[in-house]
Design a binder for this molecule. Sequence first.
Ligand SMILES: [Zn+2]
Ligand SMILES: [Zn+2]
Length: 340
Amino acid sequence: MKIFAFLVLSIFATQSLLAQNIMPSADNDVMKITFLGTGAPRPSTERYGPSIYVEAGDHKILVDAGPGMRERLFEAGGFEAISGVDHVLVTHLHFDHTVSISSAWLSGWLFGRRVPLHIQGPVGIKDMMENIKRAYQWDVDYRVMVGVPIEGTELIVDEVSDGVIFDEGGLKITAFPVEHMPIDMASGEVLGLRGETIGFRMDYKGHSVLFSGDTRSTEQSEINNVGKDIDLLIHEVQVPSPGATPEANLANVSLSVHSTPQQAGLVFEATKPKMAVYSHIIPPGITADDLEVATRPYYKGPMTVAHDFMEITLSGEDIIIGERLKQSDGKFEDSKVLGK
Ligand SMILES: [Zn+2]
Ligand SMILES: [Zn+2]
């Protein structure tokens, strides 16, 4: 009798799994954006470093990997998310965007990724990854020696700048240059430094999302062209510090390479996204209300201010803004690591 009950339960369990398996074909058309970190270089427990997790069908991609990325990704999706990411897009080489690339590489591998990690970023990303690889060679050798499969340690690194950089499985990614290079404050001249900052546009099954990267947006900004009529336009922002204290002056130096709410608002107005989103928010303590008030004189359309663990789902014609359901158990199967 007990065996019978078990069998019946098993059949039901299998059927419900089958039913779930049929569902993903609909889910496959959905694009999900989870904000892992919405801050900038200044440490903040509210806003971790910049990193956005994109799920589009089978594609699991990180846009930047700032401080705290691994922990946020773990909370967002457990070990499955950590090992499921096989593609990282890097907007530029500032540490607040790159310090967790080694985590994406090594944690992903140690906890189950058995395919290479694909990294695409601006000129300089190859050098950075070569150096990171050298820095952790001992660790990789050690773990392989004690039985972790070597598969998954390989890095595929592309230096990209402009145009379509990826087109597979219904997902097209386009890179474009944005202004974020150091300039002479007096003359406005670019001081010259190898490498650049890029933004990305993703198109997937009728959905579209733009990531501005770090940038001081002007009328000439490429975002005005690439972002026309986009679904989601995710833009960075810096609110100027008031007054003329030395602290305020120092904070405002970076306005030469970041965008004020006015500058970002004008981009939103020119591109008319279905939803304008702020992320990479400087300073981290600025409130959503403050940002909205500062933007409204220049842009009247739909907008939201991202926070860590905000989740935006693009499904059909809908844009659903919600919270990422955190994984509480974080169960881990050793067998997955050892590839048994
Ligand atoms: Zn930054
Ligand atoms: Zn930067």
